[in-house]
Write a protein that binds this ligand. Sequence first.
Ligand SMILES: *[C@@H]1O[C@H](CO)[C@@H](O)[C@H](O)[C@H]1NC(C)=O
Ligand SMILES: *[C@@H]1O[C@H](CO)[C@@H](O)[C@H](O)[C@H]1NC(C)=O
Ligand SMILES: *[C@@H]1O[C@H](CO)[C@@H](O)[C@H](O)[C@H]1NC(C)=O
Length: 331
Amino acid sequence: MRLAPQPSAQPLRLIVLLLFTTGVITSPVLSTGCPDRCVCDDQLVVQCAGQHLTTFPVNLPLATRQLIISNNRIVELPPLALNYLSDLVYLDCSNNSLTEISESTFGNLRKLAYLDLSFNTLTRIEDRTFGPLASLVMLRMTDNPGLSEIHPDAFEENAALQVLDVSRNNLTVLNITSLIALPALRSVGLSGNPWRCECENEDLCLSHLDHSPPCQTVCGSPSDMQGRRLGEVGIQLRTLCHQTLGSWDYLFFVVIGFVIFAAGTVSAWVMGVIMVLYERYIKKKDEQLDDEEETSDKGRTSRFFQVFPDLQVASMFSSNCEQKGEFSVLV
Ligand SMILES: *[C@@H]1O[C@H](CO)[C@@H](O)[C@H](O)[C@H]1NC(C)=O
Ligand SMILES: *[C@@H]1O[C@H](CO)[C@@H](O)[C@H](O)[C@H]1NC(C)=O
Ligand SMILES: *[C@@H]1O[C@H](CO)[C@@H](O)[C@H](O)[C@H]1NC(C)=O
């Protein structure tokens, strides 16, 4: 049995008495003393760490500002007992056996600035769990090996939140839509989770929110992404996730393709018809011209060569040379 050391309780009572007599404290704050196996000091700090507690300590001073119940085996935070402590600023519940935090657990802790839920066995965080914690600045929730689900809006109302650590849990997805909207947030720890590097996590990968030591925030799945850093796959995901086409897009392409094909076929047919007609027209015209020439020029030249037969060969030769000359100039 480890009881609170007697020497510290004595001065505490003295101080309480002193405070009462001087009228500094008017509420029945510290009159209830200190819980079993805990140490309470005059700064309203209640220290119950490592005392093999299995239940939440009872008989806590109502004005407790800091409560440390780490390194025990407490399985539940009773909402009723906790919500009496409306002045609580600091609550360390790390290294216990908490499996569930209900939506009413922190209902009245409006001054709470620091909350540590690390090293527990939490499995999921609901929508409204941290909602009432309007002053919460730092939330540590690491090393819960079964914690695989955090509601997208779990931190939506924690406008004062500056530091969030969810390292070394079993998280595969985290919707950061409401997280990145928090005005004061400056550091998030994401390392040691089996992140699924697919489109649903695109924002997370691109966010650069992570402030874990380098190279410890990596993808757990799919297999081709395994072990790669989140920041590194972000750009790849962005291209990958926005080139997917819906069935309407495919239908559109099929219709467009058909229209182009049909238009091409029709225009080719029309062109063909025009070409044939044009050729016929040209042929007809040529024939007419030839007929005319035969009756005029051709008759004259043949008669000319009949008169000077040697010249015909000479003229053929010269025209050949001219053609060759043209060709070589072209080359
Ligand atoms: C958790 O608490 C137990 C005692 O209950 C202690 O032995 C152990 O080292 C603590 N673990 C961590 C990680 O602090
Ligand atoms: C982590 O989550 C996966 C499913 O996403 C589950 O199969 C596994 O058992 C979980 N690990 C622990 C330690 O609970
Ligand atoms: C994230 O959560 C918001 C609601 O808080 C929702 O509108 C949004 O679609 C979610 N984003 C993803 C990628 O699931």
